[in-house]
Write a protein that binds this ligand. Structure first.
Ligand code: ADP
Ligand code: MG
Length: 150
């Protein structure tokens, strides 16, 4: 699926509707959402809408020093926690593994969104929702959503 966004708020709305849709699903492991693409492409902006769709109360920021943040999903059915991981500043997959990545991604209570997921490709589960963000011009972005199982 390809979406065109002409504003940050539209990007947030696309994120919000994906979250609502995913909340109605269930899986045997954590639900993984990967976000790749240009700096300033809208990954964090998208996740602000996504978190709203999950009814997460706290604000999603671009984590400057924090690699991983955990949020409570209220009334999320089988889902209880939302993890926001940003791999922009990490040196390699080991850094993420030491934070308990395997346990977090195995637990079906978790929804895990990973920015700059291409930096930890080696350790990513096969089943995931994969998002690509392309910078078109100042206010326009292309967002490509793929449901992967390979
Ligand atoms: P990333 O996390 O991919 O580096 P951010 O979401 O942090 O990107 O930043 C995107 C920037 O681009 C923000 O400053 C936002 O206001 C701006 N922007 C302009 N148009 C859009 C759009 N259509 N969608 C998302 N962000 C947009
Ligand atoms: Mg970001």
């Amino acid at each position: 699926m390809v979406y065109k966004s002409v504003s940050p708020s539209q990007t947030k709305r696309i994120g919000e509707s994906l979250a609502r849709k995913l909340l109605r699903s269930s899986s045997k492991k954590a639900l993984i959402v990967t976000l790749e693409g240009d700096l300033g492409g809208g990954k964090t902006t998208f996740l602000q809408g996504f978190a709203k769709g999950l009814r997460v109360k706290k604000k999603i920021l671009s984590p400057t020093f924090v690699i991983m943040k955990k949020f409570l999903i209220p009334r999320g059915g089988t889902f209880r926690y939302f993890y926001h991981i940003d791999c922009y500043r990490i040196k390699g997959p080991e850094e993420i593994l030491t934070l308990g990545f395997k346990e977090i991604t195995s637990n079906p209570e978790n929804i895990v969104a990973i920015e700059w997921a291409d930096r930890i490709k080696k350790i990513l589960p096969k089943e995931k929702v994969s998002l690509k963000f392309q910078f078109v011009n100042k206010n326009n972005r292309k967002i490509i959503i793929n449901f992967k199982d390979d």
